[in-house]
Design a protein around this ligand. Structure first.
Ligand code: HPA
Length: 275
């Protein structure tokens, strides 16, 4: 067996043992400042990343570093309270290891979230954006020898984000009067925020929001056939730069906190209605 598969299966077996052999059908990755949703998980089993074989440490601000299993919307879920980023110095294999482990632990649906800069001129701080497509400017996590057991050599990327899940989100948003944007997320390496010229370049290229994560996890999830739903919380307006404006990340956590409760409600309701 490929040594990477051996490792992923070891991680999956560790997680399965901790959650008493249960199968979480849905996993959630919570981005910067979005970890609050995990507090709503009932009967939680909390597994610190430091205890999990082959997991690296979460060093980014606003990322707690726990894997949490429990019930949300009446369904079994596995939530990552904080993720791994390429800018932390981890390889793309390390960044995406949790998604592979989730796959071998039986996860079928992946919900991903992040904090992002809104390059679309109509986007405001605190907006929630359904990710309908992405542009990848990070290294592709599938570079290297392909293991057919995990997925095909050349995965289809025509529909990375599940259309039925997008529809479900829009239905719930309409019922509950939640304002949602829908757009294209561009994933870059960071750790610098973009210059005004780069934000303009990305807008021209078709991006609506820009961040430093998510795309690697989505690529790996699609490679192994999971259904994916993605959401960005717009934490800064990357189209207005008043003379005294500084992008220091402080607003990122604050804005994420406020929008996080609306996103939590939406995710919970979506999961409750999953077939
Ligand atoms: N750029 C990249 N990543 C981000 C941003 C941004 O403007 N805001 C929050 N995460």
């Amino acid at each position: 067996m490929d040594e990477r598969v051996v490792k992923f299966k070891e991680t999956a077996a560790f997680i399965s043992a901790k959650i008493h052999g249960e199968t979480p059908e849905t996993a959630i990755i919570l981005g910067s400042g979005l970890g609050k949703l995990a507090e709503q998980i009932e009967r939680p089993v909390i597994i610190p990343y430091a205890d999990i074989p082959h997991f690296v440490r979460s060093t980014a601000t606003g990322h707690k570093g726990n894997l949490i299993f429990g019930a949300l919307g009446g369904k079994k879920v596995l939530a990552m309270q904080g993720r791994f980023h390429y800018y932390e110095g981890y390889s793309m294999q390390e960044v995406t290891c949790p998604v592979r482990a989730m796959y071998f632990a039986g996860v079928k649906n992946l919900f991903v979230s992040n904090a992002a800069g809104g390059v679309n001129c109509n986007y405001k701080v605190g907006d929630l954006m359904i990710i309908r497509d992405h542009i990848n400017l990070l290294p592709n996590p599938l570079i290297g020898k392909n293991v057919e057991e995990m997925g095909p050599r050349f995965p289809d990327m025509t529909r990375p984000y599940d259309l039925a899940l997008i529809q479900l989100a829009e239905t719930i948003a309409e019922e509950q009067h939640i304002r949602l944007q829908k757009g294209v997320y561009l994933g870059g390496t960071g750790p610098t925020y973009e210059t005004p010229a780069e934000y303009r370049f990305f807008r021209t290229a078709g991006a609506d929001a820009v961040g430093m994560s998510t795309v690697p996890e989505v690529i790996v999830a699609r490679h192994c056939g999971m259904r994916v739903f993605g959401m960005s919380v717009i934490t800064n307006e990357a189209h207005e730069f008043p003379p005294d404006y500084v992008n220091d990340g402080g607003d990122v956590i604050k804005a994420a906190n406020q929008a996080a409760s609306v996103m939590s409600m939406l995710f919970t309701e979506m999961i409750a209605r999953l077939a």
